[in-house]
Write a protein that binds this ligand. Sequence first.
Ligand SMILES: [Zn+2]
Length: 88
Amino acid sequence: MMQIPCPWCGPRNEVEFHYGGQAGVSYPADPQAVSDVDWAHFLFYRANPKGMFTERWQHRAGCRRWFTIRRDTTTHEIRRDEDEAVTR
Ligand SMILES: [Zn+2]
């Protein structure tokens, strides 16, 4: 079982969290101007690297806040810099 470090509550069991997907995916500035292909890429296409990946998590069963961590997708090693804690 993976331990995820919530910036506000400390390390907790992964069952308390909700995975929010890849971090840094921006909503299109003008969604009406985006083609169907580009819209599909925005909605459905995400990186799937082997290794470190920056992702969003919500501490759903705790403080309910969102934060960003970097997780190694092969070892589940988690790194989080203090300045990466961003609320949505
Ligand atoms: Zn928390």
